[in-house]
Design a protein around this ligand. Structure first.
Ligand SMILES: NC(=O)c1ccc[n+]([C@@H]2O[C@H](COP(=O)([O-])OP(=O)(O)OC[C@H]3O[C@@H](n4cnc5c(N)ncnc54)[C@H](O)[C@@H]3O)[C@@H](O)[C@H]2O)c1
Length: 383
């Protein structure tokens, strides 16, 4: 037994030394980061924590943000740029992270794919059907891949709960009710503390032409989880929403603070999704936060991003914990991005996931703006 273990260890060491599997798993990947504000800065830190990743370039139009990120990556002495196209010329850079405002993702991602880079692009893939289509076309021509920053797909608890739903725990699944509710701070309490980038972030985030509005910028994570649970894509959407506080403003002008949307799926399922930013803290009968309830002919699953309970349809047994070992909201998306490059496999949150999620959110937004049902076909994008 002991000598077998020793022999296999020696074989492993020899394989690594000769450029075998050990070396393949840890070969250096040079990376560049475009847009290193709140999210891009966090992706940079995650990348720095991975084995054998070299940060070769940092790009941001804001000099202070760029310098901060370059300092965080000083170990690797990265090049520093204000112009993102400079990254395309760096032949030794294999991977590019895009953490810029939402309206810039598509152009940057398409150009990086065309330049032969692997791309980790923050969500949403695009904020219009044309933008989504542009990246899809670039991806079809590329030998590399794009991973979308929809990291919920990498949370182990969510994966396990969705696996059990797909394996039939709820029987034939018919309906998803999902929601993301948060509470307001009293105006005199000042709300959350602003980040160092608060001013620039507020400017693009509040501008629906740049962010895509709340449903596309923000709810795309939750809407993608609904698509994943449904194991299908919607054929139509209908919804309502606006900015309600301090006075109602019609949708399409400033970012909504609440909306509800209903999706009908290709497989006949439907999904009611609601997002509200004024859920009173003491309203507990309807929980705040993010959750999904999945109804089928054998029962229902009530899940968050770290818990999942099954309830049989007649309520004959105690609700069953589907994740008895517990589950933390652990994000392995960045680690898996590098593993996919090294192992030459497609990411789980690939371009198709990103395109369908963005288009689902765009379809919901257009239904809200137009005050009528909008169909997938109307979007005119082939995914
Ligand atoms: N996956 C997640 O959980 C998550 C969380 C937050 C934000 N995001 C997404 O990340 C993106 C960025 O959001 P954020 O909160 O970090 O915003 P931010 O404003 O903090 O960061 C954006 C950065 O991009 C830079 N930038 C703008 N135009 C540029 C250009 N032409 N070239 C290079 N840099 C440019 C800005 O100077 C800024 O530093 C958005 O798409 C957002 O939706 C994702």
């Amino acid at each position: 037994m002991e000598s077998n273990t020793r022999r296999s260890l020696l074989r492993g060491a020899a394989a690594a030394a000769s450029g075998g599997f050990g070396a393949a798993q840890t070969r250096e990947i040079k990376s560049a980061f475009i847009g290193v504000g709140v999210r891009g800065g966090s992706l940079l830190k995650q990348a720095l924590a991975q084995d054998n990743i070299k940060v070769a370039a940092i790009c941001d139009i804001d000099v202070q943000t760029r310098d901060q990120a370059a300092a965080a990556a000083s170990r690797d002495t990265p090049k520093s740029f204000a112009e993102w196209k400079a990254v395309l010329e760096l032949n030794d850079v294999e991977a590019v992270f895009i953490g810029t405002p939402c309206d810039l993702h598509a152009e940057m991602a398409a150009a990086c794919l065309a330049a032969g880079k692997y791309v980790y692009c923050e969500k949403p893939l695009g904020i219009t059907p044309e933008q989504v289509d542009r990246v899809l076309k670039a991806s079809r021509r590329a030998k590399t891949f794009l991973q979308i920053g929809q990291q919920l797909r990498y949370f182990p608890g969510v994966r396990e709960a969705v696996r059990q739903i797909h394996s039939g725990i709820t029987g034939q699944t018919h309906i998803i009710k999902a929601h993301r509710h948060g509470s307001r701070s009293r105006p005199q309490d000042g709300g959350p503390r602003p980040s160092p980038q608060a001013e620039t972030r507020t400017a693009w985030y509040a501008d629906v032409k740049r962010s895509g509005d709340l449903i596309v910028e923000n709810a795309v994570h939750n809407i993608d989880a609904c698509n994943w649970i449904a194991n299908s894509r919607p054929v139509s959407a209908y919804g309502h929403g606006k900015k309600y506080f301090p006075k109602p403003i019609p949708p399409g002008t400033v970012m909504m603070d609440a909306f509800s949307v209903e999706y009908i799926y290709e497989n006949g399922m439907h999904c009611d999704y609601s997002q509200i930013s004024f859920h009173p803290r003491n309203l507990k009968t309807l929980p705040s936060g993010m959750w999904y309830t999945v109804f089928g002919d054998k029962g229902s699953v009530y899940m968050t991003h770290s818990s999942a309970m099954f309830h049989d349809i007649y309520g004959e047994s105690e609700p069953r914990d589907m994740l008895p070992g517990g589950a933390v909201e652990r994000d392995t998306a960045v680690a898996d991005f590098f593993a996919c490059i090294r192992e030459k496999r497609q990411p789980f949150a690939d371009i198709k996931v990103g395109a369908v999620a963005a288009l689902t959110a765009i379809m919901g937004r257009e239904a809200i703006y137009k005050g009528r049902s909008v169909t997938w076909k109307e979007l005119g994008v082939d995914v």
